[in-house]
Design a protein around this ligand. Structure first.
Ligand code: MTE
Length: 422
């Protein structure tokens, strides 16, 4: 056996003190949660005394009834109608990098289209040699790929531009999800149709009541866009665009057109409503940035957070998510004192291109108030900025692309509040 180096000795010491702390913490949690002594050891609990429900009771499985609060949530005052609205991912209740299908945030402009897959068609026309119409089965017959990507709405954290607003990472950061898509590279469809020499842009249009349409540069369409029909193995959920949506890795969610109906190839952008009056970034001097597609590196501590307060002192795991539309997340730092000092967090699980990563930082909390922050860095060298530095460049008129560092104030009683540090 090789002698442990100083580093491994240190980490072993750390692990030992961690496990001692954990044992103490576990006893505390058990005492706090125990409400029916007859089910506790050494007694035989109720659920062991009779047969459980039969196999097939739930042909499509649902979470335990004890997890009933793990749900998407809306902010009622945010939008005038439920058809054009958003329900947020409960990030504080999740772990790992994959968002369960039923918890992925949903954002629609004209309600959820209900499309009979037999009547579904995708039209491909414009500057092509041979216009084509694909039925769903035609798309499913083409060579497919499986890719894990995050999708973030450009308006995620949009309410926070003028200061801390919403108390919960579900609301401040919950317009992001990360799933595995199965689909066909858009490049294959375009090659089948044959591109004219002057082809430069693609218009993607949805089949919903909003007929949402966006212009996408041909380079991106040929690079990594997918015509996706499955998420996490099963067919897309209706709210995520059943039966087919466009996947535009790393780019703002608005261009990921759902219920995809039409792709038109052109030689210039279309300047649709969604890329002129909306999804442009109004600067302080009145000019607007347009076609700001890429979602820059961002991160958030999901626990502890306002909806996930700390229940006791001692050993605890700080957990969070980070992502970058420019590639892989390379490093995540965590600060306990509002950004004065940083420590490198532990990334656990796979690190994919343009996908979420899960990070952890273990601490032994003695009950003193902390200012928790996380800061993502991606493989291009881009570092997530502070909100202050972002506002210096972008002003406060924007709604979109707020990737500033989030601060949670952890108080002595374990409650957590959304705050900003000067
Ligand atoms: N596609 C269509 N056809 N209609 C829509 O309203 N909303 C867009 C985009 N695609 C939308 C759409 C917006 S603004 C976002 S952020 C993403 O879908 C949200 O995707 P999700 O609902 O799967 O989370």
């Amino acid at each position: 056996m090789t002698e442990p180096t100083d580093r491994t000795k240190a980490s072993r010491r750390c692990f030992l003190s961690m496990t001692a702390g954990l044992a103490a913490a576990g006893a505390g949690v058990r005492a706090a949660l125990a409400d029916n002594a007859k089910n506790l050891p050494p007694n035989v609990p109720d659920w062991t005394r009779s047969l459980g429900a039969g196999v097939g009771t739930t042909p499509y499985g649902v979470p335990s009834k004890y997890e009933k609060d793990v749900i998407r949530r809306t902010v009622p005052w945010l939008t005038a109608t439920p058809e054009s609205s958003v329900a947020f991912t409960p990030l504080h209740e999740l772990d790992g990098i994959i968002t369960p299908n039923g918890l992925c945030f949903e954002r629609h402009h004209g309600g959820i289209a209900e499309i009979d897959p037999h009547d579904y068609r995708l039209m491909l026309h414009g500057l092509v040699d041979k216009p084509l119409i694909f039925a769903l089965e035609d798309i499913k017959r083409l060579p497919r790929v499986n890719k894990i990507y995050f999708l973030e709405c450009a308006a995620n954290s949009g309410m926070e531009w003028r200061g801390a607003q919403l108390n919960g990472c579900q609301y401040t950061h919950g317009m992001v999800h990360c799933v595995q898509y199965t689909g066909v590279p858009l490049k294959l469809l375009l090659e089948q149709a044959g591109l004219k020499p002057n082809a430069k842009w693609i218009l993607a249009e949805g089949g919903d009541a909003a007929a949402m349409d966006r212009s996408i540069p041909l380079d991106k369409a040929l690079d990594d866009c997918l015509i996706a029909y499955r998420m996490n193995g099963e067919m897309l959920r209706p709210e995520q665009g059943y039966p087919v949506r466009l996947v535009v890795p790393g780019w703002q969610g608005n261009v990921w057109v759902k219920w995809l109906r039409r792709l038109k190839v052109g030689d210039q952008p279309w300047y649709t409503r969604e890329e002129t009056s909306k999804y442009t970034d109004l600067l302080a001097d009145g000019r607007a940035r347009k076609f700001t597609y890429v979602m820059d590196a961002k991160s958030v501590i999901t626990s502890p957070s306002p909806q996930a307060p700390l229940k006791q002192k001692g050993f605890t795991v700080i957990s969070g998510l980070a992502w970058s539309g420019r590639g892989k997340v390379k490093r995540v730092d965590v600060s306990l004192d509002g950004g004065r000092n940083w420590r490198t967090a532990r990334i656990d699980g796979p690190v994919f291109d343009k996908a979420c990563v899960r990070f952890y930082a273990e601490i032994d909390w003695n009950g003193e108030p902390l200012l928790l922050q996380s800061r993502a860095m991606d493989e291009t060298g881009y570092v997530q900025p502070t909100k202050e530095s972002l506002r210096k460049i972008r002003g406060v008129n924007s709604i979109y692309h707020n990737n500033g560092i989030q601060t949670w104030s952890l108080k002595a009683d374990g409650e957590v509040e959304n705050v900003e540090v000067g």
